[in-house]
Ligand binder design. Structure first.
Ligand SMILES: [Zn+2]
Length: 414
């Protein structure tokens, strides 16, 4: 990608590759197209280069070869996130070749380690060590798209404005144990099991913010019916319990409405003929923006209602950040480009329950929005799964979409 940019005329001084010696196969690239207005803050285009693992033997086609077939590009990363990385590079190449001089600088950061937490986290590295290099008024990132219905018709253009915090907690009961021929009531596994049952029955309170209120009010007419009515009612009154109950039946909507916590791992006991000395569960929470990690830990303690169950936060904990603001300066260009390329399609902001690099940028003071302008099938192109794909048309429409949007933002300085 650096070679493409070099060939387009980017001088070496505007290309910055980065890596650390502990991860010789990882690394990333920052490129800068300087702006003419030196008082104006840059915009940052973000994408990650790494992908989720793919087992060759399980795929229909080689996951590491780009295959075009039946209107789709197949391959690991075709959707998540090489499509956007490629479009950003293509955008910079085209702008440079046109001799285009943006008012504000356009920066691009291609990162690594987004998918696997243990690898070299490129975005976190940039925030910690190259903050000035990526400094920007706001950033555009992955993880929101246009939604197609099962027949392939366009439904709505989603943009991500806010992410929940992904946080693990450990529940643990320790006990002196003993011989299983002489059971006692005070049993580590039973304590934990009873606590988990209470967690399974518990629902965190409904919360709304600007993003979700706008989502529900704009989606209500598009969705219609009982769900649409419930969306309208909830957007008007966050305390409408009946509307919340209706929407909570859909796992995606439920995740937008509240903090969620779910048991994901379980271990206990040490021998088939011994009373358990230990029982432990991992609880994965997706915390509503703005709620403190410690508040959720205390809430879990309250739900357990059993002093024998110790609730601890699994470190390191992710930052909790508030959603980026839905200002006219951000939304108008998105709506303008959407209406030109996809007439009749509404733009709706969503709160993302899963995390991306946006959380690190947001924590460091760069408001980060997710949008690709690319329409995706209802199964989300099977990202992270088998036979990941993207519609060829979606990729090229998204290319036009993002190119036009970047130009609008680059001109508009306030
Ligand atoms: Zn991704």
């Amino acid at each position: 990608m650096a070679a493409h940019l070099r060939a387009a005329g980017f001088p070496e001084s505007d290309l910055h590759s980065f890596a650390v010696p502990e991860h010789p196969k990882d690394g990333g690239l920052v490129a800068v197209l300087p702006g003419t207005d030196h008082g104006a803050k840059a915009i940052l285009l973000l994408a990650h280069l790494d992908v989720v693992e793919a087992r060759r033997e399980d795929w229909t086609r080689d996951p590491f070869t780009l295959v075009e077939e039946g209107g789709y590009f197949y391959g690991r990363g075709t959707f998540d996130d090489k499509s956007m990385a490629a479009v950003w590079v293509d955008t910079l190449v085209r702008l440079r070749k046109q001799g285009y001089k943006p008012k504000r600088a356009i920066k691009m950061a291609l990162t690594c380690g987004e998918e696997a937490g243990s690898a070299f986290e490129g975005a976190l590295y940039l925030v910690k060590h190259e903050r000035q290099l990526i400094d920007a008024a706001f950033a555009l990132n992955e993880f929101a798209y246009g939604v197609l219905d099962a027949q392939g018709y366009r439904v709505v253009m989603e943009i991500e404005a806010g992410e929940k915090t992904d946080q693990d907690y450990r529940l643990e009961v320790v006990n002196p144990g003993g011989h299983s021929s002489r059971p006692v009531k005070n049993n580590a596994i039973y304590h934990l099991a009873a606590g988990l049952t209470r967690l399974g029955d518990y629902e965190f309170p409904v919360q709304l913010n600007d993003t979700t209120r706008t989502y529900f009010s704009r989606m209500s007419d598009i969705v219609g019916g009982e769900t649409g009515a419930a969306m309208k009612a909830l957007a008007a009154d966050a305390a409408d319990a009946k509307a919340a109950a209706t929407l909570s039946q859909d796992p995606r909507l439920n995740a937008m409405l509240r903090t969620t916590c779910v048991a994901t791992l379980l271990e206990g006991g040490h021998a088939s003929n011994a009373l358990p000395q230990r029982a432990r569960a991992n609880v994965n929470c997706r915390i509503f923006p703005g709620v403190a990690v410690e508040d959720v830990r205390r809430r879990l303690e309250g739900i357990m209602a059993d002093p024998q169950i110790a609730v601890t936060t699994v470190e390191p904990s992710d930052p909790v950040v508030l959603p980026p603001p839905l200002t006219a300066a951000i939304m108008k260009p998105i709506e303008q480009v959407t209406h030109r390329i996809y007439p009749g399609i509404e733009v709706v902001p969503v709160l993302q329950a899963a995390g991306t690099d946006a959380i690190y940028l947001a924590e460091s003071g760069i408001p980060t929005y997710g949008l690709s302008g690319m329409f995706v099938d209802p199964d989300l192109s099977n990202i992270h799964g088998l036979n990941e794909r993207i519609r060829v048309q979606s990729l090229y429409d998204g290319r036009d979409f993002l190119f036009s949007l970047v130009k609008l933002y680059a001109e508009e300085v306030r």
